[in-house]
Design a protein around this ligand. Structure first.
Ligand code: GTP
Length: 600
């Protein structure tokens, strides 16, 4: 198939607006998957993704489609829908020329619709607007179309109205893509040049690289070179995703396909890298800014004997997610472990769930923190990934010029009646209002500058509860600014527990200090002695609580009673023990390490 009849496109949408369902419909229509419901939702491959109904890792599929008597090769490049993964969105977009902007006709434009639109617009892609879920009784396609018109300057009559669920209007989708998306540029005569935009580890063939061929062609046996490292590789297999890896004899200009070569580990595959044919160097494509970790958390085995097994699990998981950064960490309280860096809190949760489910590991995860920056008087500066590294209150004034924290610009979209509570939410999280505009008669888009740390805690949950689920939220990074930061320490019976320390803004100290102490009191079980909990900041005690000693045997009250009840109680205790860590003489349950996140 010549490049004129190839279309590389993606679907961008807010979470739950129906991207995966639309992709399934298109794959059925083109016969890539059957209608029997067997291999549904090929795009959402990972188990966690299916469970949570979110796409985390981008997948891509090639399909054939006949239009006006001619065969077209349609490459659908999948993009994740969540804020944490906007980095993956932009790298997937770099492989396409067009994108379907899918909007739920009942919900209208949401925060990620806006963010994704600007990413696509910035890449210079043609945007093909579509309204989905028009079958819903609550659908208001006219209103949603007006929002699209006013927010993105797209004419309302250009917008297709479809239902990915019932199949209504589906037959118009691929023709619209063909007509509104330019074919991939590039030349068959020029030497081979390809952009690596995704990579994963396959148990059978090893590292698989997904590439968009920009010029020339490639086949098995060719030798290719990475512009990034200069390393030479021999191509062992080329093919397309249809929907699984399907070998072909050749990958040509304009195509999107996979290449297996003798790469040993996924660390060699740099997303954004340009590959060329050995002895025919080309100018490298712009590439991508590497993913930045914005949330860090400590991960420790509960039982030190599990260290090696956990190490293996983390390595296996990061094999397919190069956006997780891994550093070894030693905590006085928790022993040897790791400090992992994630793109955001959802990314962290997904990773944790995978670690627990797929590898059945018994782990402790500490409260997430953002990367703080310390500027010293001698002109140097340092990023702080763990509160334990934050300068000591005593020496702070001698060496430190300023403490800095990362900020974001957030976009919130919600019905007008929540304007008051949304403004309040932003100000109580140290937000600085930038502007608010109406995207239709009754929906507001609000822009606000917030410290990243505020989002890492409970911002999202509160946003949802205060707006009864009607507000959506997205953010982009907005650099660092000086901020009055303090380290809060937690002492148990007079001893500081490094894994419970947290960095926070000075203004939060009193409230957070009291709350952390009282939450710890709630989660720490009574033991055979009193446990004094103290929180301190700048060497001063902020709050103090006591967990009174235990007097009676827990099961004593059951003696002579119902045996099943006693078993239940003991089992419950056993359950609890599974996730306990002994610090000094005190047993701390897993929840203790997360008390800092859950501020009220
Ligand atoms: P992410 O992967 O998280 O980005 O979500 P998604 O955009 O892929 O959404 P998905 O396709 O999983 O659809 C979300 C929900 O909307 C599912 O319960 C679908 O069944 C439903 N849905 C999708 N399209 C339609 C539609 O046209 N009509 C109706 N009524 N429901 C739909």
């Amino acid at each position: 198939i010549p490049p004129e009849r190839i279309r590389n496109f993606s679907i961008i949408a807010h979470i739950d607006h129906g991207k995966s369902t639309l992709a399934d419909r298109l794959l059925e229509l083109t016969g890539v998957i059957s209608k029997t419901g067997k291999n549904k939702q090929v795009l959402d491959k990972l188990k966690v993704e299916r469970e949570r109904g979110i796409t985390v890792k981008a997948q891509s599929v090639s399909m054939f489609y006949e239009y006006k008597g001619q065969q077209y090769l349609m490459n659908l490049i999948d993009t994740p829908g969540h804020v944490d993964f906007s980095y993956e969105v932009s790298r997937s977009l770099a492989a396409c020329q067009g994108t379907i902007l899918l909007v739920d006709a009942a919900q209208g434009i949401q925060a990620q619709t806006v963010a994704n639109f600007y990413l696509a617009f910035g890449e210079g892609l043609s945007v093909i607007p579509m309204l989905n879920k028009v079958d819903l009784p609550t659908a208001e396609p006219e209103r949603a179309a007006k929002q699209i018109e006013s927010a993105f300057e797209i004419e309302a009559d250009r917008i297709l109205k479809i239902s990915a669920k019932t199949g209504l209007g589906i037959e118009q989708v691929l023709p619209a893509v063909i007509e509104q998306t330019p074919p991939p540029p590039g030349s068959a005569e020029k030497p081979f040049k390809a952009l690596l935009f995704d990579t994963w580890y396959d148990t059978y063939v090893g590292v698989v690289c997904l590439m968009a061929v920009k010029d020339g062609s490639i086949c098995r046996g060719d030798r290719i070179v990475s512009s990034h490292s200069g390393t030479k590789y021999e191509v062992m297999e080329v093919g397309v995703m249809h929907p699984e890896q399907t070998p072909t004899t050749l990958l040509r200009v304009g195509q999107v396909g996979y290449i297996v070569c003798n790469m040993k580990s996924i660390a060699e595959a740099h997303v954004g890298d340009t590959f060329y044919r050995d002895r025919f160097p080309v100018e490298a494509l712009p590439g991508f800014v590497p993913a930045k970790s914005m949330v860090f958390a400590g991960v420790f085995p509960i039982d030190a004997g599990e260290f090696d097994r956990l190490n293996e699990s983390i390595q296996k998981l990061t094999l397919n997610d190069s956006s997780v950064s891994v550093h070894k960490e030693t905590s006085a309280a928790l022993g040897q472990g790791w400090r992992l860096g994630f793109l955001g809190t959802l990314h962290m949760d997904v990773f944790r769930q995978r670690l627990e489910e797929e590898y059945d590991t018994n782990i402790l995860i500490t409260s997430p923190t953002v990367p703080y920056q310390i500027k010293y008087r001698d002109g140097t500066s340092k990023f702080i990934r763990t509160p334990a590294d934050f300068p000591d209150a005593n020496t702070m004034n001698d060496y430190v010029e300023s403490t800095m924290e990362p900020f974001v610009i957030s976009t919130l979209i919600f019905p007008e009646k929540y304007l008051g509570s949304m403004l309040e939410l932003c100000t109580t999280h140290r937000g600085e209002l930038q502007n608010h505009t109406f995207i239709d008669e009754s929906r507001v888009m609000l822009k606000c500058r917030l410290p990243m740390a505020e989002i890492v805690t409970d911002f999202f949950d509160k946003l949802k509860s205060k707006s009864q689920g009607f507000a959506s939220f997205d953010y982009e990074e907005a650099g660092y600014d000086a901020s009055d930061l303090v380290k809060m320490e937690v002492l148990l019976n007079g001893e500081a527990v490094d894994a419970l320390a947290a960095v926070m803004h000075k203004s939060s100290v009193i409230v957070a200090g009291r709350e952390i102490a009282s939450r710890l009191k709630d989660v720490i079980r009574r033991q055979l002695f009193d446990i004094i909990i103290q929180t301190t900041a700048n060497g001063k005690i902020v709050a103090r609580e006591t967990v009174k000693q235990l007097r009676k045997n827990v099961t004593a009250k059951c003696y002579g009673g119902d045996i099943t009840r006693k078993m239940k109680l003991l089992n419950k205790q056993k359950e609890g023990k599974k996730r306990m860590k002994r610090i000094g003489k005190v047993d701390l349950p897993h929840e203790a390490f997360l008390t800092i996140v859950k501020r009220s």
